[in-house]
Design a protein around this ligand. Structure first.
Ligand code: NAD
Length: 256
């Protein structure tokens, strides 16, 4: 029977790229997203590529939604072998301008959501007694500082820490927990980051994106497919002996 991969925030961007790659790798795919219309469109698109996928509506920041997502995946496809905590949101502001509402919103999705996803996946994987792979979206901003991304960076440092602790706790069940740390990926998220940065920095639209891309040693911006290649490895048996790692996939921007 095919293995099953669940991808939160899989309707578009990096999550969609991961879902497509894992579908081509032979996984049955469960795409979860708040934007259910777009998730359903993505599933339709995948049908033409012979990818077996379903869409499930859910908000990662609601703990019950994450457990319901796992139940739905098991009901439709029989198991959960890989769970990818990909959904995340961005914010652009100087540290001095961060409000309590900003912090609450971004921690709810990026940190609470990832925690609930790990919990729901681990519970099911332990029941299955054949291990599993939990993979979290971190960022190069989860390892080092980038101006105007303070709140976002704090959430990704938290995801980095959660990845390490969950890896240690779940290793005895042969459940591995790793994270991918992308750099500058051309998605809706970077459109919003650019808009926020140009406002702060007095630049023209697109200039903040371009400045960041110009600093990439491999001299091009990143695509969701670039990220998906690493996640394909982390979801495969080839990575069975790796756990607790947060791996940069960023064209050489960060070297630690
Ligand atoms: P995106 O904004 O293009 O797509 C995110 C998807 O997540 C959307 O479909 C959205 O509807 C969904 N989503 C948002 N909040 C949700 C919630 N509460 N519950 C369920 N779904 C929700 O983002 P992206 O660029 O594809 O980023 C994906 C992940 O990769 C994020 O965790 C992000 O922080 C991380 N990341 C992105 C970049 C980048 O350059 N784009 C770099 C490093 C890390």
């Amino acid at each position: 029977m095919s293995k099953v991969a669940v991808i939160t925030g899989g309707a578009q961007g990096i999550g969609k790229g991961i879902a497509k790659r894992l579908g081509k790798d032979g996984f049955n795919i469960v795409i979860s997203d708040m934007n259910i219309e777009l998730a359903q469109q993505t599933v339709e698109e995948f049908k033409n590529m012979d990818i077996h996928a379903i869409a499930v509506e859910g908000d990662v920041s609601i703990q019950e939604d994450q457990f319901a997502l796992v139940s739905e995946a098991v009901e439709q496809f029989g198991s959960v072998d890989v769970f990818i905590n990909n959904a995340g949101i961005d914010q652009v502001q100087a540290v001095e301008d961060i409000t309590p509402e900003n912090l609450e919103k971004i921690f709810n999705v990026n940190v609470f959501g990832t925690t609930y996803g790990i919990q729901a996946a681990a519970k099911q994987m332990k029941k299955q007694e054949k291990g599993g792979k939990i993979i979290n979206a971190c960022s190069i901003a989860g390892k080092t500082a980038f101006n105007l991304l303070g709140a976002y960076s704090a959430t990704k440092f938290a995801v980095h820490g959660l990845t390490q602790v969950a890896a240690k706790e779940l290793a005895q069940f042969k459940i591995t927990v790793n994270a991918y740390c992308p750099g500058i990926v051309g998605t809706g998220m970077w459109d919003r980051i650019d808009a926020g940065m140009v406002e702060y920095m007095g630049l023209k639209p697109g200039e903040a994106w371009q400045q960041n891309v110009d600093n990439i040693p491999l001299q091009r911006s990143q695509t969701p497919e670039d990220v998906a290649k690493l996640v394909s490895y982390l979801a495969s048996e080839d990575s069975d002996y790796m756990t607790g790692q947060a791996i940069n996939i960023d064209g050489g921007i960060e070297l630690h």
